[in-house]
Design a protein around this ligand. Structure first.
Ligand code: GTR
Length: 325
């Protein structure tokens, strides 16, 4: 009898736990990074908030490590509604959404704090809104630190050292021109192909932030890291408009709020990861070049601004960012 009661209690417990975790809707969210990376953890955190706030009705499952494809392809799938959510850099949107080019301009932000002030305000909202005509809903911006060049060949101390070298960039014309502007050659390619391309000498290197340089393992094949910090490009969390349109107004508001509330957590995780990756890679023998004069790099970007900042909308955004304290 005692045994039976225990079993009944146990079964009831299982049934209850089952009910509490049975999500009515689970959004599939894509990320190129591995489990534990700050962007992956932040979207999981958002999912937890959403699940709690909708009594377990709405959940998120993050498909990390590019399980749903490389960024460019996964963006298309998200536009079609095959993927519900996507956490991506702004770079792969540059060729399709003009406004995303502005925060992707080299040296547009004076610091990460400047980037936060801009992206947390009206300018950030205007850029998030620009996703809607492209079948995407811009939910929030995440941090991507600052990006710098790394390579397998030699320590780069001046712009002249970059002459003729070959660097991978994200699939964005703007970044191709950015690399040409400093005298090097750019090869746009998906993130997942970079490691072997450096290893086999197809390219000399790439450019990225500390956590990506670390988690991708690129430091193993390209140990010279020059902190020229040419980009402070934010990352973005989007939802497919197809998925969005299927939600009630209250659920849309809950999704938006949970995304917003994941931002401080993301920034906390990011700061932690940046410091950890830097310490780890320095111990692993990466040669970090910090004594670099950024002025010639900044000046070299003038033709890039001239080529891309041509419409009134972009000119206005750039002027407002520059005027933001
Ligand atoms: C990372 C970013 C990814 C991806 C990658 C790349 O820093 O978080 O979303 O864009 O860079 O260079 O492709």
């Amino acid at each position: 009898m005692k045994h039976l009661t225990t079993l009944a209690t146990l079964l009831a417990g299982v049934a209850f736990a089952g009910a509490a975790t049975a999500c009515e809707t689970t959004f599939r969210s894509s990320d190129t990074h591995p489990e534990g990376y700050p962007t992956v953890a932040a979207v999981e955190y958002m999912g937890k908030l959403l699940e709690e706030r909708t009594d377990g009705r709405l959940c998120i499952e993050v498909y990390h490590s590019a399980q749903l494809g490389e960024e460019k392809d996964s963006i298309e799938q998200t536009q079609f509604g095959v993927i519900d959510m996507n956490r991506v850099s702004l770079g792969p949107f540059n060729n399709i959404i003009e406004e995303t080019q502005v925060p992707s301009l080299p040296y547009i932000f004076r610091s990460v704090d400047h980037m936060h002030t801009v992206m947390d305000g009206d300018i950030g909202q205007q850029i998030l809104d620009a996703f809607t005509p492209h079948d995407l809903i811009g939910l929030a911006f995440y941090d991507g630190g600052s990006r710098s060049f790394y390579n397998s060949q030699k320590p780069i101390k001046t712009m002249a050292d970059l002459e003729g070298m070959k660097f991978r960039v994200m699939q964005s014309d703007l970044f191709v021109d950015m690399v040409s502007a400093v005298g090097a050659n750019a090869t746009p390619m998906p993130y997942g192909e970079v490691y072997s391309s450096i290893q086999t000498g197809v390219i000399d290197g790439a450019e990225n932030n500390w956590p990506s340089y670390d988690s991708s393992g690129h430091f193993e094949v390209a140990k010279y890291y020059t902190l020229d910090q040419h980009l402070i490009v934010p990352e973005v969390l989007v939802m497919s408009k197809v998925t969005w349109d299927g939600l009630s107004a209250e659920d849309q508001a809950a999704v938006r709020q949970a995304a917003r509330d994941s931002v401080p957590e993301m920034r906390r995780l990011w700061a932690e990861q940046e410091a950890q990756s830097e310490a780890k890679l320095e111990a692993a023998g990466v040669e970090v070049i910090t004594d670099i004069d950024k002025t010639p790099f900044i000046e070299a970007m003038e033709p890039v601004y001239a080529k891309y900042v041509t419409s009134d909308v972009l000119k206005d955004l750039v002027a407002r960012i520059q005027a933001t304290e």
